[in-house]
Design a binder for this molecule. Structure first.
Ligand SMILES: [Zn+2]
Ligand SMILES: [Zn+2]
Length: 167
């Protein structure tokens, strides 16, 4: 939990308050494991400019990941923006992008947690053009072609593509 006192922010145009904390997401299951080895670092501020209160921050974290295609393990660092307008109630001309706070003593951790989860990619690749492993002999084709290609049946490629599209 990370509570911010929002009352002075809402009541004072031009006021801002720093938002710096770390978030333990080591129990988050993703990519077949628990990739958050270190805490997520959140830094930014909540500010009131022209009586619009917004949270403007970033979350930085490094994940230990496994490539969906070649199964190699690697680390990747993410920096994602956490940006929301906070309101005490919704008017008709506002929409769901606004976060309605239930109290001036407000825990922003669930909001940040959700942003981080939504930012995680659907597909994990060690690199954009990873060619994966040979479905026949298991060789990592990123290191070069394998030797079993002579009587290789291309139908395996079609099958593999179906499996990947399924994810
Ligand atoms: Zn790969
Ligand atoms: Zn092969």
């Amino acid at each position: 939990m990370f509570f911010i006192e929002l009352e002075p922010v809402f009541n004072n145009e031009g006021f801002s308050r720093e938002v710096n904390f770390t978030l333990d997401m080591s129990d988050c299951y993703f990519n077949g494991g628990f990739p958050f080895k270190e805490s997520v670092v959140i830094s930014g501020e909540v500010k009131n400019s022209t009586d619009i209160v917004s949270l403007v921050a970033k979350a930085e974290f490094t994940l230990n990941l496994t490539c969906d295609r070649c199964a190699s393990e690697f680390e990747r660092t993410f920096v994602i923006p956490i940006e929301h307008v906070l309101v005490t109630e919704l008017n008709d001309d506002e929409n769901d992008d606004f976060i309605v706070i239930d109290s001036f003593h407000y825990d922003i951790e669930p909001l940040v947690n959700e942003d981080i989860l939504l930012s995680l990619p659907m597909k994990i690749l060690c690199r954009e053009d990873c060619v994966g492993i040979c479905h026949r002999c298991g060789k990592d084709l990123n290191d070069g072609p394998c030797d079993c290609g002579r009587d290789y049946d291309p139908r395996w490629d079609a099958l593999q593509q179906l499996l990947e599209d399924d994810r």
